[in-house]
Ligand binder design. Sequence first.
Ligand SMILES: Cc1cc2nc3c(=O)[nH]c(=O)nc-3n(C[C@H](O)[C@H](O)[C@H](O)COP(=O)(O)O)c2cc1C
Length: 206
Amino acid sequence: MSKVLYLKGSPRDRSHSTAVAEAFIDSYKQKNPDDEIKVLNVFEKKLPAFDGFIINAKYNIMHGNDHSDAEKNAWKEVEEIIEEFKSADKYIISTGMWNFGIPYRLKQYIDIITQPGYTFSFSPEEGYSGLITGKPIFISYARGGEYPPGTDAENMDFQKRYLDFLLGFIGFTDIKSVVIEPTLTDQAQKKREEAIEKAKEIAKSF
Ligand SMILES: Cc1cc2nc3c(=O)[nH]c(=O)nc-3n(C[C@H](O)[C@H](O)[C@H](O)COP(=O)(O)O)c2cc1C
């Protein structure tokens, strides 16, 4: 039995990326009825602010320096979120494009889990290595405009290009995705249905 972690990155009830991820999950469940699907809504989950206090706590603890109970507890909260992430066997993310990138709560989640020694490592000899290996991930990306590969608009896409890069950085190599665009036009419904069909196909062998 596999554990699938679904990071829900859009807060909108009428979200296109959520609709596609949910169709993916329905199709996946038909083939894998015993698998556990855990939904982590990044807009609802309590995420600690990744601020100066927590960065100091991290360095004090990692370098074996004196630290307060408050620092210890704060870093433990981060570790628990990382552990929850790492404990999954497979991953799904849905996200809209916000200001050409990803919504701030999804970015906050990424800033919490992307930590040396936990999700990536560094050594002068080997450079950076991702530690989340051998696990597949599916992402549904929605955006109001169009950013097709090979066009000038692609350079404005800091959503898919960033997330694909970051996931590769922490070790993912089996990254599959669908894009729903342009959602702020009358083509939205048709594009969403096409993306749902693609997502269902990918889910069959996920
Ligand atoms: C705060 C905010 C910022 C947005 N910024 C962009 C943007 O930079 N480029 C774009 O093409 N669409 C932008 N949009 C439109 C969304 O990408 C579009 O509505 C998409 O469908 C959102 O994903 P969802 O349907 O899964 O919620 C923005 C929407 C919101 C709410």
